[in-house]
Design a protein around this ligand. Structure first.
Ligand SMILES: *Cc1c(COP(=O)(O)O)cnc(C)c1O
Length: 426
C-alpha cells in the first residue's frame, strides 16, 4: 500500500518492515457525519435480509396447523403445553408461543429461566413452566415474573417457598418424578418422602406432577410401559397420602400421538409443533407440516475453468460447463460442515449439488450450464433466491434428510439454524 494514501480512512505504512494501520480522526469524523446524515433510525431500519442474503423463514400457518393436529388428539379438558425451549427449537420462541396459544395450546414450557423471562416480557400471560429446577439464586425472578419452576430437591423447594412467603406470595411448582430416564426428578418410590420434607410449607403449592419418557419414540415399549407403571404408582401414593398431584402430565410429542393412555391432564408438544416427526411410528399417522425453510441469495456466480478447485482443500474440481455460485451461509449458521458435498440446494425448482467444503459463513453450489432433456439452459444470477431447506416447485430438501445423513435427530438440525440467521415469519 502507498504511504499516506488513506482508503476509507485506513492509512497503511511500512515501518521496520511491519505494516501498520490506523484509522484517521478525519475518517471517524466523516463516519459520524454520515450517521447523522442517514439517521440512526434509518440505519437500523435496513432489513436483516438486506444486510445479509441468508435467512430462515418460519411459517406460522404450519405452527397453527400442527397445534391443531395435536389438540385434536386430546380429550376435551386435557391441556396442551407448547414446548418452546431453545428459541422454539430454532423457530422463534415469542412468535411460535403466541401462534400456538391462539391455535389451541393452553400454556408453554421452556428449559431456562431466561427463556421464560423473554416470553413474559414479550407479553405472554399464560402459565410458563421451566422444565427443570433452576438455581436457587433465580427464585426472585420466578416470583417477580410469575414463572413456575420444576422442583425435585427439598432445598430448592424450601428456598422458593421461603422467599415467596416473605413477600406474601404463593410458590406454585410442578414436581418432577424420575420414573426411569434418570435425568431429573424425585425417584418414583421417594415422592412421599419428598412431600414430607416440603409440604408443611404454607407458601408452596403443588400445582402439577410430571415425568418424562426416555423411549416414547421407540418401537419397543417395554421400558416405556415400565415408566408409565412407576408414574401411576407414584400418583397413587400421593393420592393415598392425601396429596393432590395437581396437573398430571407425561407425554412428549411421540407419546401424545402414539399413546392416548398417557395424556393424563396435559401433554407437552415439542418437535411436532414445528412439523417434524418424533419417530417413524408417527409418520403417516399424523399430518405435520415443517415450519422452517432456510433461504439465501446468490452473492457470486462465475464459470470456473475445468479442473480448477473450489473452496478449502480444493476437494471439488470443476468439470467445466458449470457455474459455481456462492451463497452467504455456512457452518456458523447451522449448515453442518459434515454435509459438504452431500446435499442439494434448490434453484428455480431444480436440485443443485452443493460442492466444495462448507465454510464458516459461505458455501458454493454447482449449476450445470448444459441443456439436456427438456431442461432449459440455466443462467444463475447474483441475487437469485436459493432454497437450502424447504420446498421450491416440485423439489424439496428437508431437515429430516440432513439429520439422517448427520446421524442425529431433526431437533438438533433445526436448533442449529438459529445460530446466526435472521428469521422471517411468513
Ligand atoms: C423437550 C421436552 C419436551 C418436548 O419433547 P418433544 O419430543 O420435542 O415433543 C417435553 N417434555 C420435556 C420435559 C422436555 O424436556
Amino acid at each position: 500500500m502507498l504511504e499516506d494514501e488513506p482508503l476509507n480512512g485506513f492509512t497503511g505504512f511500512a515501518r521496520k518492515g511491519k505494516a501498520q494501520f490506523q484509522y484517521s480522526r478525519a475518517a471517524e469524523q466523516a463516519a459520524q457525519e454520515a450517521r447523522t446524515e442517514f439517521g440512526e433510525e434509518f440505519l437500523s431500519s435496513i432489513p436483516a435480509t438486506d444486510r445479509r442474503w441468508a435467512w430462515v423463514e418460519i411459517s406460522l400457518d404450519a405452527i397453527r396447523h400442527n397445534t391443531i393436529q395435536a389438540k385434536q388428539r386430546l380429550r376435551a379438558g386435557v391441556r396442551l403445553m407448547a414446548v418452546v425451549k431453545a428459541d422454539a427449537y430454532g423457530h422463534g420462541a415469542v412468535e411460535c408461543a403466541k401462534t400456538a396459544l391462539s391455535s389451541g395450546a393452553d400454556n408453554v414450557g421452556v428449559a431456562t429461566v431466561d427463556e421464560a423471562v423473554q416470553l413474559r416480557d414479550a407479553g405472554v400471560t399464560v402459565p410458563i413452566l421451566v422444565l427443570s429446577e433452576p438455581p436457587e439464586e433465580a427464585v426472585p425472578l420466578l416470583l417477580a415474573k410469575r414463572i413456575t419452576p420444576t422442583v425435585f430437591s427439598p432445598e430448592f423447594a424450601l428456598a422458593y417457598g421461603e422467599l415467596a412467603d416473605l413477600h406474601g406470595m404463593k410458590a406454585p411448582f410442578h414436581l418432577a418424578v424420575n420414573t426411569g430416564m434418570n435425568r431429573i426428578g424425585v425417584r418414583a418410590e421417594d415422592v412421599i418422602e419428598f412431600e414430607r420434607q416440603v409440604n408443611f410449607h404454607r407458601a408452596l403449592v403443588h400445582e402439577g406432577t410430571f415425568t418424562h419418557f426416555a423411549t416414547a419414540d421407540s418401537g419397543d415399549t417395554i421400558d416405556f410401559n415400565m415408566q408409565v407403571r412407576r408414574f401411576v404408582d407414584a400418583l397413587g401414593a400421593l393420592q393415598a397420602a392425601g396429596i393432590d398431584p395437581g396437573i398430571v402430565h407425561a407425554a412428549n410429542s411421540a407419546a401424545l400421538f402414539r399413546f392416548p393412555d398417557v395424556h393424563f391432564n396435559m401433554a407437552r408438544l415439542g418437535i411436532a409443533l414445528y412439523g417434524y416427526h418424533p419417530c417413524e411410528q408417527t409418520r403417516g399417522a399424523v399430518d405435520l407440516r415443517p415450519a422452517m425453510a432456510v433461504k439465501a441469495r446468490i452473492t457470486a456466480a462465475k464459470t470456473v475453468p475445468m479442473s480448477e478447485g473450489v473452496s478449502y482443500g480444493l476437494h471439488y474440481r470443476s468439470p467445466g460447463s458449470v457455474k459455481i455460485c456462492t451463497v452467504p451461509i455456512g457452518y456458523a449458521d447451522g449448515l453442518n460442515r459434515a454435509l459438504s458435498g452431500q446435499v442439494d440446494f434448490i434453484l428455480n425448482g431444480q436440485y443443485m449439488r452443493q460442492v466444495g467444503t462448507i465454510c464458516m459463513d459461505q458455501c458454493m453450489f454447482e449449476v450445470d450450464l448444459r441443456s439436456f432433456g427438456t431442461r432449459e439452459r440455466l443462467d444463475p444470477q447474483v441475487g437469485d433466491v436459493v432454497t437450502i431447506v424447504g420446498r421450491d416447485g416440485n423439489a424439496e430438501t428437508t431437515i429430516t434428510d440432513m439429520a439422517r445423513f448427520l446421524r442425529t435427530i431433526d431437533y438438533e438440525v433445526a436448533c442449529n439454524f438459529s445460530l446466526r440467521l435472521p428469521r422471517v415469519f411468513v
